[in-house]
Design a protein around this ligand. Sequence first.
Ligand code: IDP
Length: 148
Amino acid sequence: MERTFLMVKPDGVQRGVIGDIVARFERKGFQLVGAKLMQVSRELAEQHYAEHKERPFFGELVEFITSGPVFAMVWEGENVIATARQMMGKTNPQEALPGTIRGDFGLTVGKNIIHGSDSKESAAREIQLFFKEEELVSYNKLINEWVY
Ligand code: IDP
């Protein structure tokens, strides 16, 4: 089973949409294997966004993601990386379709509510960056027989 790293950003936490977001992934049939509310340190933020180091908005990105608590999660399921990205919608909430998380909850690219890994490689990297192995739980849900 594939795993992905999803994170409700500080704007999503402040706006009180953690529950709505978790509910969407649960209802879809995905399985939560780890979650925590946490404050991202400057060092972790710089590692997480390392691929954007040269972009003009890198400073803003680090400031923003460290500006308040985030809700970090690991989700499991068939094709969860790509499907979660579809459920999130386009990076710019003004282009994200209604029905997607960013389309329904966001208005600006700098405050777009949620982060999600964009590939198998970034999922593996981000999961180990945010979670210790013992914080992730493997378990069987009987309902999976009705999902797959
Ligand atoms: P993604 O989050 O949809 O994968 P990326 O291109 O990886 O999008 O960008 C990472 C984050 O950087 C975005 O989620 C967004 O919050 C922020 N970002 C992207 N482009 C801009 C920009 O032009 N100005 C400010 N922030 C941006």
